[in-house]
Ligand binder design. Structure first.
Ligand SMILES: [Zn+2]
Length: 382
C-alpha cells in the first residue's frame, strides 16, 4: 500500500509521503523559516484555533495572509480549530449548529460553526484547509460515535457550500471511530462530496496502536487512489513507518518539536533523554548518522550541558535535530518506495528501532498536560 507521490499547491510541490511540523501560533516553535527549509521541511501546519484567538484572522488577513505574516513561502495547511475546541477542554456546549467554547487566553466565549471555520481559514489563506468535524474521545460507545459522525457529515457539507476561495483545497475528514461499519459509511458519504483530499480522523486519540493500524487497513482501501490521504496527529518514527506502509501520504504532529523542547531526542535505535548521565561525556553527536546542523556542529555532551543549564539554545538545537530526523525518515521511506525496497526498509527499521513503551509515553503525556493545566488553569472551569 505504500506510495510515493507529488502534492502540488499554489506555494510549490512537496514530495509525499510528507511530514508537516506543527506551527501552532504561526511559528514552528524555536525555528526560523530558513532553518525549517535547511531541515528539508516542505510544508507546515498552523492552528486556526490559536490564530483566530490571537492575533485574530482579520489582523493576519490585513497583513497579507499567513504566508506573508510568518514569512514562510512554502505550502501551509490549517486545521479547522475543532480539535482544540473538542479535545483540550475548551468546549462549553455543542449542537448541530456549532460548538460554544471558552478562550484559554481570556475566558471569552466564541461560537465555532462550520461557516466560521471556513471563513477563518479563508482569511488565513493556507493552501489546504480542513472541514470542521466533531472529535469524540476514544472509548465512546457506538451510538455516540455514530452521532458525532453524522454531525461531522452535516458540517462537511456546510463547509463545502461556504468555501469560495480559489487556490485553496478543502479536505474532508472520515470518521467512525474504531467501528468498521461506521468507517465504511463515512468514507462512502464523503466520497460523494468529492473533496480533493481526505483525512482519516478520529485516530491517534489514545487507542492501542494495533487498533489504529487495523482501522487504517479497513479505511484506506475505501479512499480514492488519486487523492491525498492524510492522517492527523501522528508523528512518532514507528507510527510513521507503519502508516506509510498502509498507504497514508501526509502526517502532522507536534510530537518531534515538543519532545525536543523537553530534551527527548530521536536516534535510529530509540528515543533518548539528553539529560541522561550517559551523555555527560559523549564527544560525538547525538546520532552519528544524522546530517542536521546540531549533529554536524555539536557534541551530545554540549547539548546535555545546555539542557542542564536550561540555556535557550538547548531547545533550538534539539528541535532542529528532531525535525531533521523525522524529515530524513520520510525521505528514506520515499526513496525506498521509488526503488521498490520499502518492505526491506520497514523490516530493518522495525528490527532496529525500539519504540518508547506505552508507560513512558503515558507518563510524558501526563507531564505535558499537567504543565498545560498549570499554564492555563481556566481550563478547569470547563
Ligand atoms: Zn541531528
Amino acid at each position: 500500500m505504500a506510495r510515493a507521490g507529488m502534492l502540488t499547491t499554489p506555494h510549490g510541490s512537496v514530495p509525499t509521503p510528507v511530514f508537516l511540523p506543527v506551527g501552532s501560533q504561526g511559528t514552528v516553535k524555536t525555528l526560523t523559516p530558513d532553518e525549517l527549509k535547511s531541515s528539508g521541511v516542505g510544508m507546515i501546519l498552523a492552528n486556526t484555533y490559536h490564530l483566530y484567538l490571537r492575533p485574530g484572522v482579520e489582523t493576519i488577513s490585513r497583513l497579507g495572509g499567513l504566508h506573508k505574516f510568518m514569512a514562510w513561502d512554502g505550502p501551509i495547511l490549517t486545521d479547522s480549530g475543532g480539535f482544540q475546541v473538542f479535545s483540550l477542554g475548551h468546549l462549553r456546549r455543542i449542537s448541530d449548529e456549532g460548538a460554544l467554547f471558552r478562550s484559554h487566553l481570556d475566558g471569552s466565549e466564541h461560537f465555532l460553526t462550520p461557516e466560521l471555520a471556513i471563513e477563518a481559514q479563508e482569511k488565513l489563506g493556507a493552501d489546504i484547509i480542513m472541514v470542521l468535524d466533531e472529535c469524540p474521545p476514544y472509548g465512546d460507545d457506538y451510538r455516540s460515535i455514530q452521532r458525532a459522525m453524522e454531525r461531522s457529515h452535516l458540517w462537511a457539507e456546510r463547509c463545502q457550500q461556504k468555501h469560495k476561495r480559489k487556490g485553496q483545497a478543502l479536505f474532508g475528514i472520515i470518521h467512525g471511530g474504531t467501528f468498521t461499519e461506521l468507517r465504511r459509511q463515512s468514507a462512502g458519504f464523503l466520497a460523494s462530496l468529492n473533496f480533493p483530499g481526505y483525512a482519516i480522523g478520529g485516530l491517534s486519540l489514545g487507542e492501542p496502536k494495533e487498533l489504529m493500524h487495523s482501522m487504517l487497513d479497513e479505511t484506506v482501501p475505501l479512499l480514492s487512489e488519486n487523492k491525498p490521504r492524510y492522517l492527523m496527529g501522528v508523528g512518532s518514527p514507528e507510527d510513521l513507518v507503519e502508516c506509510v506502509a498502509r498507504g497514508v501520504d501526509m502526517f502532522d504532529s507536534a510530537l518531534p518539536t515538543r519532545l525536543g523542547r523537553n530534551g527527548a531526542v530521536f536516534t535510529k535505535r530509540r528515543r533518548y533523554n539528553i539529560g541522561n548521565a550517559r551523555f555527560k561525556n559523549k564527544k560525538g553527536p547525538i546520532d552519528a548518522d544524522c546530517d542536521c546542523y546540531t549533529c554536524r556542529t555539536f557534541s551530545a555532551a554540549y547539548l546535555h550541558h545546555l539542557f542542564k543549564a536550561q540555556e535557550l539554545l538547548a531547545y533550538r538545537l534539539a528541535t532542529i535535530h528532531n525535525v531533521r530526523f523525522i524529515i530524513r525518515l520520510m525521505e528514506q521511506m520515499r526513496r525506498s518506495i521509488m526503488d521498490g525496497t520499502f518492505s526491506c526498509f520497514k523490516e530493518d527499521f522495525i528490527k532496529n528501532y525500539r519504540p518508547t513503551d506505552a508507560e513512558t509515553r503515558a507518563e510524558q503525556k501526563k507531564k505535558w498536560l499537567g504543565a498545560r493545566q498549570e499554564k492555563h488553569p481556566e481550563n478547569d472551569v470547563v
